[in-house]
Design a protein around this ligand. Sequence first.
Ligand SMILES: [Mn+2]
Length: 220
Amino acid sequence: MTTAPLPFDAVERLSLPDAELTLWPDFLAAPGAQHLFRELEATAPWEQSLIRIAGRSLTIPRLNVWYGDPGTNYGYSGARLASHPWTPALAALRGQVETITGHRFNSALLNCYRSGRDSVDWHSDDEAVLGPEPVIATLSLGVARRFELRHRSQAGLRRQLVLESGSLLLMAGPMQRHWRHRVPKEPRIEGTRISITLRLVRNVREWAALPSMARDPGGC
Ligand SMILES: [Mn+2]
């Protein structure tokens, strides 16, 4: 089964102030996307992380798992996600995404939205370890979900996309400083979505010494 991406020119640059947002709607063809979805759904070591808010422990409304190069562990709210080594499929995907985007990635946060009742609330992926202008590439697999964007300071400036299976969305430039995003609950959706969010964690050694974050790590 091949997961080879479609030709590089199948790309849309989405016009958004204070952001660089690029979408490859058909980065993976349907059979490759379905194959990768099934493999990850069945074999990834999914966890439902706990976060601590106002002294209370809450489970986040989705499952996640962290893959990365050695030393790229990811921590937040008193919990740490151990970094799992790249599987052959994820390593191949990383290479394809690096080639098509021209960006380098050393880790991947995977999220599993088991149904439309799972979600991720408004957030920016702006942790210090991602650098001043984080570059995040999100591959979507499985059921399509709505992805909403809201500008931080320009009231009413909002956008939304539907992230279809096989699509690749690249967020870059100053976007994480100026925009928040979320995957809202859609209770009528029964199917599962998996997102693979490729990131570049900087200062890997310093990161190990940082206090854990006091909030949800944020999916896409
Ligand atoms: Mn996110």
